[in-house]
Design a protein around this ligand. Sequence first.
Ligand SMILES: *[C@@H]1O[C@H](CO)[C@@H](O)[C@H](O)[C@H]1NC(C)=O
Ligand SMILES: *[C@@H]1O[C@H](CO)[C@@H](O)[C@H](O)[C@H]1NC(C)=O
Length: 389
Amino acid sequence: MNGIHLLLLITTAMASCDNVSGQILTSQLIQSAVGAQPNENVIVSPISIETCLALAYLGAEGQTAEELAISLALKHAGDKQSVAQKFGRLFEKTKSVGSATFRLANRIYLDQRFQISTKYNELALNQMHANAETVRFADAAATAATINSWVEAETDNKIRGLIAGNSLDGNTALVLVNALYFKAKWLHQFSNHSTTKRDFHVSAERKLEVDMMKQTDTFLYGNFKELDATAVELSYLDTDVSMLVLLPKSVDGLAALETKLKSVDLTKLSAAMRTEEVNIHLPKFKFEFDLALKPVLAQLGVTTMFSDKADFSSMLAEKEKVSVSQAQHKAFIEVNESGTEAAAATYLKIVPLSATFAQQTYQFVADHPFVFAIKDNKNVYFVGHVTHL
Ligand SMILES: *[C@@H]1O[C@H](CO)[C@@H](O)[C@H](O)[C@H]1NC(C)=O
Ligand SMILES: *[C@@H]1O[C@H](CO)[C@@H](O)[C@H](O)[C@H]1NC(C)=O
């Protein structure tokens, strides 16, 4: 399936929950993820990213908090307690019913040098079920393995190796992690023997032969003239989550569609669709996608938390100033005759400011003769000087 680019969105009616899926972030994600790799398959989980950002928001103050609030569309969400409750309500979806599983999990990994503040702990733990686990980030490889195993367990091994051992070090203060897992069978399954090799047009000039699934049944169908696209919504069994597939009318229409989707709330599109009989051809697919979030968030104006002005003063019990040094997302999807399995994980790495941003930068330019020593705190093993090269 290399080179095939599909736009697939798993939307949820969220009948019982508030709509926390900020449309702002979702559309920026589509733009950024797609813009970064125009010919790649893309999957990201807005909810996973938002939940992780919300966890950071609960410990943020000032401009840092304000920017996060805007990106998360929290303007009218009230105080932190209400924001935590709002995200906490997502856990109502966390369940296994029949063949459908929806799992959402948060966790805080905290270096043994630090303690989180009582207030932050209350919000994170009571509302967002984010347990704080103490680790030793100096044992980078072991700690990365601990975090990765937790993510693997939460995602049924679909998100593996989220954090590379070398992205942690003794300087790390906290890592905030979200994991999301979804698996469900189609309400109307595709029959295995109807799947045949068919052309998939990568562009007007280029096509690939793929495993195309087929079925005819009643589905929500929409013809969106303003988007120059048609859409179907495929329901899953035992859940109100469904998959919306938006198909540009022209082979080369994806980029134009994605631009238009910037101003569309995907959760609202189904309301404009009608139940019709539809003959669906949908390729089977399976892939994963990695996304560095810093540039995406910068597009949304979330920059302070990455800077020396970051204010997470309500997160830790200590007075230590910290900022976010890394924000990473990874997602997986498999779609076949039986249904869908999808998983995602997001993490924010938080480090002390003192270590990230020196007050002053000293210059050391060894462009003339110098002395060197190879030593430890007891012995000098080698010493010498360099006068010419
Ligand atoms: C299709 O094949 C898969 C695995 O080969 C099997 O688990 C599933 O039950 C089959 N579906 C139907 C409808 O026969
Ligand atoms: C479809 O994918 C699921 C995993 O989501 C897998 O268990 C199942 O065997 C697959 N079925 C077919 C027909 O490939």
